[in-house]
Design a protein around this ligand. Structure first.
Ligand code: HEC
Length: 155
């Protein structure tokens, strides 16, 4: 009982925290846009002006679970090298959940945008414990950074 209460409390404060972080009520248009994956053209525009440094900083949220370079070991999550253009659930040697292996998803920037917005809704039942990245511009910064970092072994 006590634990249930505590997690209800944590959830409430998380939700409350998010609400505080979002745009003021006068800016209803923007907050609506931020709660949905963005349209392809909008994503392209965001990617064209993406901030790779910011993307690298945002990746700190992912780094405990994901490596990026060729040949690096899988962690709690799969190594992401070569993921763009590949079907979900195919990193060598990683034991994915059926939510990923059975998914009919190719990792394009658009698919990744939807996944990173809310992983639990994009592929229900998956095992990635991550709430999501709320801001469209931040998802684009992260996607642009990943496009570079998962295809280039020079850094
Ligand atoms: C707590 C650990 C954890 C965190 C944090 C995390 N992930 Fe994951 N991620 C996973 C796991 C586990 C899977 C595999 C899920 C499954 O099999 O259901 C996964 C799967 C993925 C996949 C699919 C890969 C494929 O080969 O199909 C991508 C892309 C991904 N994560 C990106 C990210 C990004 C970007 C972040 C940071 C914003 C992030 N993840 C944060 C654990 C994590």
């Amino acid at each position: 009982m006590r634990t249930a209460w505590l997690s209800a409390l944590t959830l409430t404060s998380l939700l409350f925290g998010c609400a505080q972080e979002s745009a003021p009520p006068s800016d209803a248009g923007e907050s609506a846009a931020e709660s949905a994956a963005v349209a392809e053209a909008d994503l392209e525009a965001l990617l064209a002006t993406a901030d790779l440094k910011r993307g690298q900083t945002l990746f700190l949220q992912c780094r405990a679970c994901h490596s990026l370079k060729a040949g690096e070991p899988n962690k709690v999550g799969p190594n992401l090298y070569g993921m763009f253009g590949r079907k979900a659930g195919l990193a060598p040697g990683f034991a994915y959940s059926p939510a990923l292996t059975d998914a009919d998803v190719i990792w394009t920037p658009e698919a990744l945008d939807a996944w990173l917005l809310r992983p639990s809704e994009f592929l229900p039942g998956n095992r990635m414990v991550f709430i999501g990245v709320k801001k469209a511009a931040d998802r684009a910064n992260l996607i642009a950074y990943l496009q570079k970092a998962t295809s280039d072994n020079s850094e």
